[in-house]
Design a protein around this ligand. Structure first.
Ligand SMILES: [Zn+2]
Length: 333
């Protein structure tokens, strides 16, 4: 990513506006987006508003999933996971042409690299073979008619086989938790982002056996485990909420570590409080909070509705979040 300084000097030249003016615009843009974008991100948006292109030759290695059609000067490292048969065809001038494609991946996505005519010799002479890792320089990207990504080579492009350091997988690795909007989720594993809009008034403490983690029965002598008898119980936190992401809502339940991370509350501090006091404290700490969660969506058979069992409360990756936001804003134009 270009630094703010790099973007600014480029913008100054191309827009003929003063640095002060540009900085003010960048600050204003950041404020408009509630500080969600970095100053670099805001500078890119300002450039776009001014109709200035500051996408320069990027020489850094790109991940296939981040490559968009019409990007140029692409440098990337991928593994060949397939090679198509060579197809011969007649050109308009009557000469015979040849084409074959390398199917490649870097673990984030797949792409095809069509090789034409003399380039097919790379395959014929086994300069590159299936399972090899190759480095590609100066390629450009196109979307093929099937909507797939193609990396195309010009006469300035380079393909080079490099040592297999095992850094690149043999297939696309799907993220365990895929980001989804609530309106689109079904049963399965997801990452969601939304605001906590309600906290249910249920007892936030449940007591378990320190030896086997089972739930304990309470009688007049204390807390009893069916296997270990009377024990000193462990306090565990459970928080049941409603999350709203603007597209829909879902009941989300936080247990133990996830509940503590969400609320910043140690469950032992609640053990001398009433349920109402505990819920008030929890609400104070989490109502309205913007959260990023991974977890599993299950069907609650009693309520016949979906609920989200939270696995983890994640830290925001600001760069990812601002990129997602920019994509969303762009899609409204
Ligand atoms: Zn036990």
């Amino acid at each position: 990513m270009l630094s703010l300084e790099e973007i600014l000097s480029d913008l100054e030249q191309k827009s003929k506006k003063s640095r002060e003016e540009l900085l003010a615009k960048i600050k204003k843009k950041q404020e408009e987006l509630s500080g969600l974008v970095s100053s670099e991100g805001a500078a890119h948006l300002v450039a776009r508003d001014l109709g200035v292109s500051i996408i320069r030759e990027t020489k850094r290695e790109l991940k296939l999933k981040d490559i968009k059609p019409d990007m140029k000067n692409i440098e990337t490292k991928v593994r060949i996971i397939g090679i198509t048969d060579t197809r011969k065809f007649k050109r308009k001038d009557g000469k015979e042409g040849r084409v074959a494609s390398l199917i490649v991946t870097d673990g984030t996505a797949e792409a095809r690299i069509p090789l034409w005519d003399k380039q097919v010799e790379l395959i014929d002479e086994k300069t590159v073979e299936k399972n090899d890792i190759i480095e590609i320089k100066n390629a450009y990207a196109k979307e093929n008619i099937f909507g797939g990504l193609e990396l195309r080579l010009s006469k300035y492009s380079r393909i080079e086989k490099v040592e297999d350091d095992k850094s690149i997988p043999y297939r696309v690795i799907k993220p365990e938790f895929e980001r989804k909007k609530l309106k689109d989720i079904r049963e399965g594993s997801y990452e969601i982002r939304g605001n906590i809009v309600n906290v249910f008034n249920i007892n936030p403490l449940f007591k378990t056996c320190p030896k086997c983690n089972s739930k304990l029965e309470k009688d007049n002598k204390g807390y009893k485990c069916s296997e270990h008898g009377y024990v000193e119980p462990v306090n565990n936190l459970i928080i049941s909420t409603i999350i709203d992401d603007g597209t829909s809502t879902i009941r989300a339940v936080f247990f133990r570590d996830a509940a503590e991370k969400l609320s910043n509350i140690n469950p032992n501090t609640l053990s001398n409080m009433t349920q109402e006091e505990s819920i008030d404290l929890i609400r104070e700490n989490i109502l309205g909070k913007d959260v990023l969660l991974t977890g599993v969506v299950r069907k609650n058979k009693i309520f016949d509705s979906l609920e989200f069992i939270v696995r983890d409360v994640k830290e925001f990756d600001i760069e990812y979040e601002s990129k997602t936001l920019i994509d969303e804003i762009s899609s409204f134009r």
